[in-house]
Each structure stands twice: as structure tokens, then as C-alpha cells.
Write a protein that binds this ligand. Structure first.
Ligand code: ADE
Ligand code: ZN
Length: 332
């Protein structure tokens, strides 16, 4: 048997709103009577020339205007799961940005309900087990985030944990200590974006002040040898998104990406897609790109995939079954 080009993997860094493909943006705009400043998908795609994180976020939030109903959120989620499954994703921990919808007048029942309704049957329908993570926007007030978390808890939202995302520089993790303390008390898992554009000190803060169990991105950790030692010792998962880092100019080219150095240093890294509709590819595209660029072996790719599965918030039986699938993949 020939080894399939991508191993079975867990997608751990995925913003569901970042999976809105231009064609779906336009279809939802039409369905909901939302006026957009683009004639067609090609014209929208032509806007995807980003200079940094903020230039992307401006478009990412603007396109969310088309998400109005439970059905819209469900259609977006179904489209993602179908595409992810085709690319070898067997488990996905999916972030949603509730505040980005609340500020537009779309309530939690609509956004969480639309997504969670599809996730409930994702394993039977798509072969992808899923968990939902509520991400909080660090460039909005911390007390607003705390209020939204209370509302999510009050409605018994089916979330496994919380994340922290949006514009990073100037919004350190230390602003969100109370939010993460509340999440911990409620038994939720804790993740945070840190070290994407922000300095290594933000990664330290995410670990020490927020109790983050997993760091999204974390690429700037390499600038601080003591931080690298800590991350290696504690095997802290870093969910690295190489295509995102190139498109948002955190690195100049894929060949300049620190992924090989992170692997060499013994960091617990795995590869993910972040916002695949905006950054030129889904998980299989990202793995394919780093495989070609860095000439990764089957064993390297199996290690990245196994890291993703071990870093997931999976029950042991599903985790072990997926690790076995990866071993079978590597054996060809
Ligand atoms: N929200 C969606 N994608 C993001 C990213 N790459 N960094 C921070 N916030 C985000
Ligand atoms: Zn992200």
C-alpha cells in the first residue's frame, strides 16, 4: 500500500469564522440581503493581501456580517467539516469568537446553537470528532469577556474550554486573569494565542498568569532560551500555523519559518491551519507545504500528527485509536 500523502491528524487551531470561503460569503450575503463591496468571489479573494495580523482581522470581522441565522452558522460548520475530513482531519477543536457576533446583534443561541448543532453529529456524519472552544477577543474589554463567559456557562453552552485571540500586541494575557480564573473554576480547559506577533513575555504570562495548557502559535518563544527550556520540560503544546505566519508576514517566506528549529529544540509542536479560507489552505495543504519546503520524512509527519493528537483534549480511547491510525499510516 502507498502511504497517503497526509497522516490522520487533529486540527487544534482553527477559527470557524476563518473557514468562510469567498463563495459562501457571497451566497450568505445574497440569502440575507447583506450588501457587500465585492461583485464576485474573485474580487473578494483579491483583497487577501495582508500586511500583518490587523489587516487580516479587519476583513475577517467585516465578512462576518453575512452570518445572521442558525442556518448560516450551521452551513459554515458543515462546509468546514466536509473539507477537513477530505484532508485527513479526524478530530477538530474549533474556536468561535462569540463577541464578534454579539457586537453585531447576533445572540449566543444563534451562533453557538448553529455550530454546536452540527458538531453534535460530526463523528457519524464526517468521521471527525469535535470539541468547541469559545475564544475571547483580547482587544475588547476584559469585563465584557467575563460577562460573555458567564452567559455561556448560564446557557450550559457545550464548550470544552476558552481561548484568547484577535489583535495581540498591546493586549497582554495579564489583562485576562479573572476570565481564566473563572474558566478554571468552571472546569474548562485553557488555551491562549501568544507569541504570534507579541513578545515571549506574553507566552510566559499565558502560562504563569492564565494557566494556559496550550499555546496557539508561540513561534516567538524561540527568542527566549529560558522559555524554550520551560516549554520543552513541560511539553506544552504549541499549535503552529505556517501558512498563516507567511500570509500575515510573521515570517518572510515558508522557508524562513521556525518549524524545523522548533522540532530540533524538542518543542511539542503540531501544524494547523488557523483561518484556512484566508491563508491559502487547510490542514492537509499546510502539512503538504511544510513537507515540500523542509523535505519532511514520513516519520517527521507522523510525529507532527501524533503531537496534535496527544495535545488534544480527547478521551484516552479516541486518542489511542487515532495514534494507532497514525502508526498504520506511517507503516504504509
Ligand atoms: N483570529 C482569527 N485568526 C487569528 C489569528 N491568527 N491571530 C489572532 N486572532 C485571530
Ligand atoms: Zn488563531
Amino acid at each position: 500500500m502507498v502511504t497517503a500523502s497526509v497522516p490522520p491528524s487533529a486540527e487544534l487551531h482553527l477559527h470557524i469564522e476563518g473557514t468562510l470561503e469567498p463563495e459562501l460569503v457571497l451566497a450568505l450575503a445574497e440569502r440575507n440581503g447583506v450588501e457587500l463591496p465585492y461583485r464576485d468571489a474573485a474580487q473578494l479573494r483579491a483583497q487577501y493581501e495582508f500586511t500583518d495580523l490587523q489587516s487580516f482581522l479587519d476583513l475577517y470581522y467585516a465578512n462576518m456580517a453575512v452570518l445572521r441565522t442558525v442556518e448560516d452558522f450551521a452551513d459554515m460548520t458543515r462546509a468546514y467539516l466536509a473539507r477537513a475530513a477530505a484532508g485527513g482531519v479526524r478530530h477538530a477543536e474549533i474556536m468561535v469568537d462569540p463577541q464578534a457576533h454579539l457586537v453585531r446583534g447576533v445572540d449566543l443561541e444563534t451562533c453557538i446553537g448553529g455550530i454546536a448543532g452540527v458538531l453534535e453529529t460530526s463523528e457519524e456524519e464526517f468521521g471527525v470528532s469535535t470539541l468547541l472552544v469559545a475564544a475571547f477577543l483580547r482587544d475588547r474589554p476584559a469585563d465584557e469577556a467575563l460577562g460573555v463567559l458567564e452567559d455561556l456557562l448560564a446557557m450550559d453552552a457545550p464548550i470544552v474550554g476558552i481561548g484568547l485571540d484577535s489583535a495581540e500586541v498591546g493586549y497582554p494575557p495579564s489583562l485576562f486573569v479573572a476570565l481564566y480564573e473563572r474558566a478554571r473554576a468552571a472546569g474548562l480547559r485553557r488555551i491562549a494565542h501568544a507569541g504570534e506577533e507579541g513578545p515571549p513575555s506574553y507566552v510566559w504570562e499565558a502560562l504563569d498568569l492564565l494557566g494556559a495548557e496550550r499555546i496557539d502559535h508561540g513561534i516567538r518563544s524561540l527568542e527566549d532560551p529560558a522559555l524554550v527550556d520551560r516549554l520543552v520540560t513541560e511539553r506544552t503544546p504549541l499549535t503552529v500555523c505556517p501558512l498563516s505566519n507567511v500570509r500575515l508576514r510573521a515570517v518572510d517566506t515558508l522557508g524562513d519559518h521556525p518549524l524545523p528549529e522548533m522540532l530540533r529544540r524538542g518543542l511539542n509542536v503540531s501544524v494547523h491551519s488557523d483561518d484556512p479560507a484566508y491563508f491559502g489552505g487547510y490542514l492537509d495543504d499546510a502539512v503538504g507545504a511544510v513537507t515540500r519546503t523542509f523535505d519532511l520524512s514520513v516519520a517527521d509527519r507522523a510525529r507532527l500528527a501524533a503531537n496534535s493528537v496527544r495535545s488534544a483534549f480527547l478521551p484516552p480511547a479516541r486518542r489511542d485509536a487515532l495514534l494507532e491510525e497514525i502508526e498504520e499510516w506511517a507503516a504504509g
